[in-house]
Design a protein around this ligand. Structure first.
Ligand code: ADP
Ligand code: ASP
Ligand code: MG
Length: 436
């Protein structure tokens, strides 16, 4: 069971989480995020330190500390539990104040980011103790690891986690931190923003859990982005492929990579609402019956790169040479379209854009279009469902389309538009492809 930031962000919510996990009849591993707002605040502290603004960093540390000093007395009532919480806060905020004094580097930045999940799990563990609920706090840094490409090491995680669990043979309730891990250098690292979902799926796969429950602040995956579209509804069932596509292409409810571990070990994933536990939510599993368009998501911050080369495109090995440039700079490609004389690809990691473009110029003319958005239309057999594609295209008649990718899988159509049209595209598709 994974609980996100809003689910633990207020004392009364943490109490609710306590009630939800103790209802479970199976042995349970609970993954917690940091309290909502904390990771953003920690990012802010790191940014202030990165610009050597120690006064601002100190102000930000103090204001975060003040938040926790207000939080714990509402969470905990007994003097023993409160003393415990005071010590936890002291330990972690003293560490932040020490980090303030030493010279800043990226490893320190990641140490700072880890404090949120360490705090939330320790406070939650104290709450369980106060209520006489037996649980074991398993430090994620003892078993969650990523390799030199920042990829989680599922095999190793599974072995290490099993050792940790076996140290508590009679325990049925375990608490651990989402998001944080150790990297191949043994430093504290993380699974990127929103990474607690990824932790949950990795852990569920590692122990072959019966289910991976992701508890958040909404009643499941909606058929469109509820932050920008007025009328959306929860989807009862999604296949792993559909959910992975939606997560990757911008449905913020799930971390982009969070589906594959559960899918690999066929662990069903449930998206549930901490604020409304009775709501059905979304069940994600291997096979689903329903066909047609199920949901739409959008991912912005996309850059399109077009390589035109009348000379070489038809030559075999040409695409390989282009892809090798991206591989050399560890930059994933999201969308691809080709014509006889040109190929367009999209990326969202711009760290090496200049070098990539420089190298691509060897093959022909290169054009770069920044600020694009991928609109991703997802549904089981969407490609084969009569009328689906025409409904998608009809909905977008007023919007200039830069790329279309269709046929790569049976459950998705991706459309690239200038980011200024993202909201308009999501809204028009909402009216055009769903029956309300
Ligand atoms: P948590 O802190 O629990 O991880 P997040 O804020 O990361 O929660 O994710 C939940 C939020 O995702 C929702 O409140 C909602 O605004 C947003 N969201 C974006 N797209 C979707 C979607 N398609 N379905 C449901 N929620 C979505
Ligand atoms: N606390 C981390 C974040 O805000 C991880 C998570 O919430 O999933 O990104
Ligand atoms: Mg999240």
């Amino acid at each position: 069971m994974k609980f996100g930031g809003t689910s633990v962000g207020r004392p009364e919510r943490m109490h609710q989480v306590k009630d939800l996990i103790t209802r479970s009849t199976e042995p349970t591993l609970v993954v917690l995020s940091a309290l909502s707002g904390t990771t953003n605040a920690l990012v802010g502290i790191g940014e202030a330190l990165a610009t050597a603004d120690k006064i601002l960093a100190k102000e930000r540390i103090d204001s975060l500390y003040a938040h926790y000093l207000n939080f714990y007395p509402e969470l905990l009532k007994s003097p023993a539990a409160r003393t415990n919480a005071e010590n936890i806060l002291k330990e972690h905020f003293e560490l932040l104040n020490i980090l303030l004094k030493i010279s800043f580097n990226e490893a320190i930045q990641r140490d700072i980011l880890a404090q949120g999940e360490l705090l939330s799990t320790k406070l939650f563990h104290t709450l369980l103790e106060e209520f006489g609920i037996s649980s074991a706090l398993l430090p994620a840094l003892d078993f969650m690891s990523i390799d030199e490409n920042s990829e989680p090491e599922l095999g190793k995680i599974s072995e290490q986690l099993k050792v940790k669990l076996s140290q508590h043979p009679d325990q049925r309730l375990f608490i651990t931190q989402g998001y944080i891990c150790k990297n191949h250098r043994g430093e504290v690292d993380n699974l990127k923003r929103g990474g607690s979902d990824y932790t949950a799926s990795l852990v569920a796969a590692a122990v072959q859990a019966s289910v991976c429950e992701i508890w958040t602040d909404i009643d499941g995956m909606h058929n469109n982005d509820p932050r920008v579209v007025d009328r959306t509804r929860p989807i009862a069932e999604l296949s792993f492929d559909e959910a992975a596509e939606l997560a990757y292409f911008g449905a913020k409810i799930l971390h982009p990579a969070s589906i594959w571990p559960a899918q690999l070990h066929n662990v069903p994933v449930r998206l549930l609402n901490t604020m409304d536990p009775a709501a059905a939510g979304t069940l994600i599993k291997a096979e689903v019956a329903e066909t047609g368009v199920k949901a739409i998501a959008a991912k912005d911050g996309i850059t399109a790169i077009n390589i035109k080369s009348s000379r070489m495109l038809l030559a075999y090995g040409f695409l390989r040479r282009i892809f090798e440039v991206f591989e050399a700079y560890k930059t994933p490609i999201d969308m691809i379209t080709t014509s006889e004389v040109a190929v367009s690809v999209t990326i969202d990691d711009l760290s090496h854009l200049d070098q990539i473009v420089e190298e691509l110029r060897r093959f022909g003319t290169v054009e770069v279009d920044p600020n694009q958005a991928i609109i991703c239309v997802v549904g089981n057999q969407v490609a084969e469902t009569k009328g689906s594609i025409s409904a998608v295209m009809d909905s977008l008649v007023d919007i200039p389309i830069r790329m279309v990718s269709f046929g790569g899988s049976k459950h998705n159509v991706s459309i690239l538009v200038d980011a200024q049209y993202k909201v308009q595209a999501l809204k028009s598709l909402n009216e055009g492809v769903f029956s309300w």
